[in-house]
Design a protein around this ligand. Structure first.
Ligand code: SF4
Length: 63
């Protein structure tokens, strides 16, 4: 699973980093999402899908 994050859409709500801290972080300057890994290991796929659903801005997508 590959994940993409659009920082121009991200509003820095932080739900992704709270949900899957192994995959998502937030930039210290702007609070926008930072991908720690864009190729998601299988054991984290369900959690990443949940984070995509929880993101209030629609900044995250998976393929
Ligand atoms: S949950 Fe969405 S809006 Fe919030 S920091 Fe993550 S990508 Fe950005």
């Amino acid at each position: 699973m590959e994940i993409k994050a659009d920082t121009t859409v991200c509003i820095g709500a932080g739900m992704c980093a709270l949900t899957v801290p192994k995959v998502f972080d937030q930039s210290e300057d702007e609070g926008t999402v930072v991908l720690l890994q864009d190729d998601v290991p299988q054991e984290l796929e369900d959690a990443v899908r949940r984070a995509v659903t929880l993101c209030p801005s629609g900044a995250l997508s998976v393929s």
